[in-house]
Design a protein around this ligand. Structure first.
Ligand SMILES: N[C@@H](CCOP(=O)(O)O)C(=O)O
Length: 432
């Protein structure tokens, strides 16, 4: 498997190169030269395959010969060593709970896979790799946890000051060791732009070996396909018809991974991309015109993205054909008041507590199903306890902190406050 740059002005590379470098030298995102279809043997065996068998078969097609099979099997097994329950909320809607990993969010899957790949590729190398990552909430914690103690790798996390939840902030600022947090006076888009500029800065790249742990990086992005396979396998034990899948969407890596799985042959009836007030993609669906905008802060903060990195990958999958895209995907925007009302309504009717991101998805999916019929599931991307200020106020009771997360509250936040200015970040990086 080779990867090409979506800007089409850089040489093709293998999985190892794309993972180690993150972004192509022409500033493009890497994309696989074809979307591999899974074989008939795979689909015949699919209903009874283990998570590990599915994970290996899916990722092997993308990793190619870059990692030997025994190592890839180990990496996959370590990546997915927690549960991915599909929980029925009501008559038509289930929740794929992606928050049973160490940082209580779906990003654990991609971060754990990528950190182990980099650990493998870095073995025996003399120079360290610096992983730069921008976060609007969940990526930072997952990357910090996934890369903690990985030899030869230093992680620098850029996050927008005051715009992530307290648990998210603790997760990304308290690890120490090879993990450092830069608290940026700006938005997530500022952080993401600084990170992207860093990869293009000749001077910086002379001194440091840089890569990205955002979904820009194929080693972070592609493993996010796995839980779609796990969920659909469970789905067909109960239903005869393919599911409608609703994905809370910010940087659009998650839904784009789901579409890749569908292109490989996974039965999905329709995708709904559920956004908050950051509605540049819903506007594209309504008008056919895409124009990035400044991110606005919402209660579903991990989706506060005004210029989603992965939108270009979605265009690529469908050859930028608006009709093909809108046949398979819909996109809607849900405001904060409706999100809160949804958390309250679903909790009082079913006892199920959604987090704000899941609530955006619930609302979008129930509206879609009311209009079009069918059954489906939403991706519950983070545990509600990560957003106590919103959720506890709405449902009027406390959410117990999971045992595994209690240790965070004894830790001390350590971050360096910095302006949203590339030169300031560059100077800081070179001083380390
Ligand atoms: N929602 C993200 C923003 C970054 O997205 P990524 O998938 O490209 O890492 C976050 O929680 O940080």
């Amino acid at each position: 498997m080779q990867y090409y740059s979506l800007n089409k002005k850089a040489p093709n590379v293998d999985f190892a190169y794309a993972a180690v470098h993150g972004q192509a030298p022409d500033k493009g995102l890497y994309f696989p030269e074809f979307v591999p279809k899974l074989s008939q043997e795979f689909w015949d065996a699919f209903p009874t395959m283990s998570k590990e068998e599915i994970g290996f078969a899916v990722m092997k097609n993308f990793v190619g010969e870059s990692i030997p099979n025994n190592e890839l099997k180990r990496i996959v097994a370590e990546t997915i060593n927690f549960d991915f329950p599909l929980v029925k909320i009501d008559e038509n809607i289930s929740s794929l709970e992606l928050f049973h990993g160490p940082t209580l969010a779906f990003k654990d899957v991609g971060a754990r896979f990528m950190s182990r790949c980099l650990g493998y590729f870095n073995k025996g190398k003399k120079e360290n790799t610096t992983v730069l990552v921008a976060t609007s909430g969940d990526t930072g914690g997952a990357v910090a946890n996934g890369f903690l103690g990985v030899e030869g790798v230093n992680v620098v996390i850029l996050y927008p000051s005051g715009k992530v939840s307290p648990i998210q902030e603790l997760q990304l600022t308290t690890c120490g060791q090879n993990i450092t947090a830069l608290e940026v006076n700006g938005s997530f888009d500022d952080c993401q732009a600084i990170v992207k500029q860093a990869f293009m800065d000749e001077d910086l790249n002379k001194h440091l070996t840089l890569t990205s742990a955002n979904s820009i990086n194929v080693a972070r992005w592609l493993p996010q396909q796995l839980y779609y396979f796990f969920a659909v396998q469970k789905w067909f034990k109960k239903y005869n018809e393919a599911p409608i899948i609703c994905v809370p969407s910010g940087n659009f890596g998650n839904i784009c991974a789901g579409i890749m799985a569908q292109q490989a042959g996974l039965p999905v009836k329709h995708f709904v991309a559920a956004c908050n007030a950051n509605d540049e993609v819903p506007k594209y669906f309504a008008t056919g015109n895409y124009s990035p905008q400044m991110a606005v802060a919402t209660i579903s903060n991990a989706m506060d993205v005004g210029d989603p990195s992965n939108f270009v990958r979605i265009l690529e999958i469908f050859n930028a054909d608006y009709n093909s895209i809108t046949e398979i995907i819909s996109s809607v925007s849900v405001d904060d008041e409706t999100t809160k009302a949804t958390i309250k309504e679903v909790e009082s009717r079913t006892n199920y507590v959604l987090d704000p991101h899941g609530a955006v998805a619930y609302k979008a999916l129930s509206d879609y199903i009311n209009a079009n019929g069918g059954n489906g599931f939403l991706l519950e991307t983070a545990h509600p306890v990560k957003f106590p200020n919103v959720v506890e106020e709405v449902i009027g009771r406390q959410i117990p902190i999971p045992e595994d997360a209690k240790y965070l509250f004894e830790k001390k936040k350590e971050s360096t406050v910095i302006n949203a200015d590339f030169d300031a970040v560059k100077k800081w990086l070179l001083s380390k």
